[in-house]
Each structure stands twice: as structure tokens, then as C-alpha cells.
Design a protein around this ligand. Sequence first.
Ligand SMILES: *[C@@H]1O[C@H](CO)[C@@H](O)[C@H](O)[C@H]1NC(C)=O
Length: 424
Amino acid sequence: MGRGARVEGEEHGRAGGAGRAVAAVAIGIAAAVPLYASALTEENLIYLEAWRAVYQAYYDGTYNGQNFLRLKERTLKEYKMQSREETYAAIESNLSTLGDPYTKLLDPSKFAFVTGSKKGGQSSGVGIEIAYPKDRSVEGLLVVNTQPGSPAERSGILPNQLLVQIDSSPTAGMSIYEAAGLLKGEKGTVVSVLVRDEKTSGVRTVELTRDALRRTNVGSKFCEAGEAGGEPSGYIRLSSFSDQTDLEVRKAVRDLKSQGSAEYFLDLRNNGGGSFDAGVNVARIFIDQGTIVNIADAKGIKDYYDAKNAAEDSSTPLTVLVNGGTASAAEVLSGALQDNKRAVLVGERTFGKGLIQTLVRLSDGSGVAVSVAKYQTPNEVDINKKGITPDVVVAAEGGGGLPGVGEGGGCEIVATVKERRGGS
Ligand SMILES: *[C@@H]1O[C@H](CO)[C@@H](O)[C@H](O)[C@H]1NC(C)=O
């Protein structure tokens, strides 16, 4: 259990294939610059490309309650962009007015990493599973797990430490997919990470040589009656979502069922998301009919995803474990299971990332991630910045809470959850 999961290489909440609404707004970026083009410098044009990508596709038509056209006019008039750095600084500062940490500039190297990872050909990296820290004021990204035998594990990086910097990029405010993109790379290349241990306050720089990784983010364990504290049960740990995830979960459910599981426990703690489609597809493994998730873009175009009568098991009792690190696609799944009354959610309130991004390439090789749609749970609840409240609230790991992810194997977690949630 607790095999390090490959957030590496995943897109966090990508919009690829995320339905008609998103596809409709993601086109038409390269429109010509009219009339005053001659007065614009090359730098201005890059700024405009970025501005336009956001203007056309951003999910909030009020642009956070400001005149987004005026912002652009003013910046072009009052601010000389004399180098690419200054242009990027203008884009960054102007996009920050949206108050959306997921709509942002990616410089060319970041953009290449992130889009490269989308293709999914590579499976080499350092073996760190990352998530957002539960406490939002903490700067950096949380190490949830390291994959056994991976470069990260061999170098002594431990769960619950913080990843503060990757090469020269601080991780504060960085999305996990962006971080995953930076960690990923060709086998044999080196990435340097700055790691902080909250307990000891120790900080150290670790040089990791990337290596081939086994790609799976699903772990499962069958727990006999005795170890499961009651009826035999199946434990499934899902650390992130990538293209193959639903197939792996389907197989795990099938196996656990044939072994005689009377109920399932799906552990989504510290699952920071990944492929939006995979989140939807995992919901379809447990739900036969009904809405999985609703999405809406800036133009009010709404779309929804529904179950497809393709459930592997739509009736065996299901308990889902969530916490403050459960985000994005993992919240899509949790919301679908809760609103369809398919599962009981146990744990802490989830993170609250209800926005879906798409990536737009700019002509100099950089790009912008733009939040193009927001989603709502089947009951039309907007969870952005709010999260999902579990049916049974159980405080954080330790101090009388649940055993942590990967701690003592799945069965101890199952037995404790049965005890805490009451009943059976
Ligand atoms: C837009 O960017 C420019 C350049 O960094 C900056 O001077 C200006 O204040 C920004 N506008 C807003 C509203 O943040």
C-alpha cells in the first residue's frame, strides 16, 4: 500500500476532452491585432496574446468584478515592456487581479514540461507523490508519499515533508501539475529540490537523478474479517488520476468483490486530482445512473457528465475517505458519490478546487493556464474555495484521528474508520 503515486506527468484538472462547453471556448486565440498594431512592440504582442487567451476563455465573465479591457489598455499605455522579463511580469501581475491562483503564466520551460507530460510517453521521474498542504497558509507542496525504490525514497525524502523549491522555482502558489511537470523528465537527468521538515524545521537541498518509474496510482488490499474489524472489506487507495486510473480501479473492485468484500473503502486523502476525465470515469464504476458532475463556462454554456449504465458495482456499501488534500478531480468523484447517495464520506472537509483549466500556448513558447469552466456537484453545489463537507467528520490523522495514508497498511485504516463512523 501507499505506493508512491505518479502525480508526475498528470495534468491537474485539465480541460482536454472535458466536454463541449470547454472545447467551445478554448478555440480562437490567435485573432489578428487590429488597427493600432503598428504602435505595438513585439513585447506588447506577447502581452496581448496572454491577455486575449484569458479574455476569451476565462470562466468568470466579470473578471473578478473589473474592467478587463481597461486593464489591458492602461497597461499597454502606461507600462513599457522592454524585455521579455518585464512582459512576463506585466502578465503575471495583471493576471493576479483575477484572484484565481490557477490562471497564470507558465514560462517556456514550464510550459514544455506541462504539455510534454500530457502526452504521457515518459514514465521517468523521481517518485514523489505531492498534494496541496492542508493548511493553506503553509508555503510549499506536501510530500504525501514516495514510491518504494524511487530516487526520492532512496535519498530519504519522507511523507509530510514540504517541497519548497524545485530547481530554481519556488513551489509557493504552484499547482501540483506544474510541480509534477518540473519533477518529471528524462531518465538520467538531475533535478534539485529544496525540502523542509516541519517537525525539525530542517531544510536541505536534495539532488535527484530521475529514473524509470512504474506507473500506477491505484493500490488495493483485501482485508479479512478479523483485520477489517467486522465483515471482510476491500481497501482501495487512489493517489491521483491519470488516463489508466479508471481501468485499474475497475480491476481492483472486481478482484476485491471476488475475494468476498462486504464493503469497500476508497481512500482519497491527499489525492490532489489529475485528469478530470479519469475522475468522472471512476465515478462511473460505482454509479449506474444519474449525473456525475455539471460544468459551466463564462458564456453560461452548461454541460454535464452522466453515468453510463456501466457500473462495476453500484450497490456494495462504499465509504470514501477525504481530507483537506482531496482536491479537483478527487472532489468531482467525492461529490458525485455523495450527491448520488452512493457513498458515505468520512474525514475532513476537502480542499475546494472547483475550476478546470486549459492550456494556451503563446508564440514565444510560453503559455497560460486559464480557468475555463467551473464545475458543480450533481446537486449543483459550487465547491470552489469551500470544499465538500463529509457526512461523518473525523479530524486529521494522529491525535485520535484516522491512521495516515499508507500507515499500517489498508486494513488498520478500514478497522478504524468502521469504529469512528459508527454503525456499519
Ligand atoms: C498590470 O501590469 C503592469 C506592469 O507590471 C502594472 O504596472 C499594473 O499595475 C498592472 N495592473 C494591475 C491592475 O495590476
